[in-house]
Design a protein around this ligand. Sequence first.
Ligand code: GTP
Ligand code: MG
Length: 195
Amino acid sequence: MTIDEAQFAGSCTRVSQKPSRKLPEFAFIGRSNVGKSSLINMLCGNRKLAKTSQTPGKTKLINHFLINDSWYLVDLPGYGFAKISKQGREELRKMINDYIANSEEMVLLFVLIDCRHDITRIDRDFLAGLGENGIPFAIIFTKCDKLGPNALKAQLERNREILSEQWEELPPMFTSSAETGAGKDEILDYIRKYI
Ligand code: GTP
Ligand code: MG
């Protein structure tokens, strides 16, 4: 599948305010700064579509992007960002969880993890919550341009082991780079199967 048309369709903080057209949604989530907005831009071939930043915590709203006039990519705020107040963090957590639990059009959640690091406790808790609520998800290991092929392979293997402690069956997994475009075809083909 290719993305021929991508346009910003609005920001919201809750399901009741999301774009009124009922179309399948594929959402991106992960810790702040993991590269959610950059990945959305890479998939859409438009570096200016979703705002990216070197400062974590850039995306504080739920942003919808209408793709090929037939489905939405959803950019969710990052979770687990330490540098905002406890209350701010709790509000974001609630916003994210409410949206995930209540958006009827949500088909699949892509959980992004920085390929350079071990999956953290925060990520594992988040994944556990998805499992408990029966929310389908896949994992994308981002920024794979930052590791050489051998280091990448070793770190992926390590993360597979960490996930195996938690999950009997591993979720679908992808690697991506917003710099090189790696993973684009695989991720879009995977989405295509659902629409
Ligand atoms: P929040 O909205 O703050 O939660 O962050 P985000 O997850 O949307 O991250 P964003 O896309 O803004 O990227 C954060 C930083 O990582 C930016 O400086 C990006 O340029 C950089 N970055 C994102 N993806 C990649 C990638 O694949 N490779 C490299 N080398 N850098 C990346
Ligand atoms: Mg962002």
